[in-house]
Design a binder for this molecule. Structure first.
Ligand SMILES: Cc1cc2nc3c(=O)[nH]c(=O)nc-3n(C[C@H](O)[C@H](O)[C@H](O)COP(=O)(O)OP(=O)(O)OC[C@H]3O[C@@H](n4cnc5c(N)ncnc54)[C@H](O)[C@@H]3O)c2cc1C
Length: 296
């Protein structure tokens, strides 16, 4: 197989927004869909374990040596926008803030909420990322995927995918996202869209700890409540284990005060879960995805 470029023993803490992670045995950043597909085929034929990461903004990776291949999609950045129809075709590694700003500049409405989310299109589909009642699945027409067992490439229509709150079939299945086709509302007022996009970013950076490494909301909001509110009501803001701290700005964020390791963060997650369960009877489900742990 040609054009297989990978590095060895790469520190994954440089590829997660919380700046924690173990070492990948093999690591590669494909430049485009073809290289991505080739890497998946290569790991399949060599019987390697593998994991896909996007911008690593919703990931807790254990401080261990991760056998096999880790593929980071961040360089798969091709995006085509049809202003008249509102159709957008984006490779998995396109960053949401980039897409959000491009949509606004092209008069396409419906992506203004995504400007402050530091993830890729692939990661956002896998997580069904969103804000308030909106999520990326609302604008998704179809997804081009590769099946890691059969190596078959196909296009799946959104109606055949069961998206739920911060949940998608890609969290369980063997399909990896190559690219996505999305639809936004055309002919919007560019100036207004740019103002809304800017306002959304400002609101997020003012209410969430953007100046310290984190992985966004740690827990999913339970029905009819907010994880951050429950944590705050227990007086846990500022609570620390090692270098991991519950943000003093937002109760549902854990920040890395420069020296946290994955165990500090996992321990803090467990303490929050126990305290909230004891006090309220609610078990907080992590939103963040874990790699290299025996986490249920
Ligand atoms: C400051 C901050 C603010 C945030 N705000 C929000 C918010 O408002 N709303 C929200 O929903 N989230 C938010 N997040 C969380 C996070 O940014 C989103 O979940 C984002 O969509 C994750 O994308 P990613 O590329 O970083 O994915 P990663 O964290 O790299 O991966 C997440 C999951 O997606 C999988 N994955 C990645 N790429 C692919 C692919 N191509 N094919 C198949 N699976 C793939 C990974 O294997 C992993 O299971 C925030 C995070 C931070 C740090």
């Amino acid at each position: 197989m040609k054009n297989i470029n990978f590095e060895e023993k790469i520190n994954l803490s440089n590829y997660t927004t919380i700046k924690v992670g173990g070492f990948a045995e093999y690591f590669s950043k494909p430049n485009n869909a073809d290289e991505f597909i080739n890497l998946i085929k290569w790991s399949h034929f060599n019987n390697l374990n593998f994991q896909i990461i996007g911008a690593g903004s919703n990931l807790l990776i254990n401080n261990i040596f991760l056998k096999g291949l880790t593929i980071c999609t961040k360089k798969m950045r091709s995006i085509k926008i049809e202003s008249h129809s509102g159709i957008v075709v984006a490779e998995a590694g396109v960053m949401l803030p980039t897409m959000s700003n491009m949509l606004a500049k092209n008069g396409l409405q419906g992506g203004e909420w995504a400007v402050g989310i530091p993830g890729t299109v692939g990661g956002a589909i896998c997580m069904n990322a969103g804000s308030g009642t909106l999520s990326l699945a609302d604008n998704l027409l179809s997804v081009q995927v590769i099946d890691t067992k059969t190596l078959e490439i196909s296009e799946i229509q959104t109606k055949d995918l069961n998206f739920q709150y911060r949940c998608s079939p890609f969290q369980q299945n063997n399909l990896q996202i190559i690219s996505a086709k999305l639809l936004f509302e055309p002919n919007g007022n560019v100036e207004e869209l740019l103002v809304t996009t800017k306002k959304n970013l400002k609101r997020k950076t003012e209410t969430q700890p953007y100046d310290l490494p984190s992985f966004g909301s740690v827990f999913k909001n339970p029905t009819n409540s907010y994880a951050g509110k429950l944590i705050e009501e227990l007086g846990l803001k500022g609570y620390k284990i090692g270098g991991a701290e519950i943000s003093t700005i937002h109760g549902n964020f854990i920040v890395n005060n420069s020296s946290a390791n994955s165990q500090d963060i996992l321990d803090l997650i467990t303490v929050i879960q126990q305290k909230v369960l004891q006090k309220t009877g609610i078990f907080l489900q992590p939103e963040v995805r874990m790699i290299g742990f025996d986490y249920p």
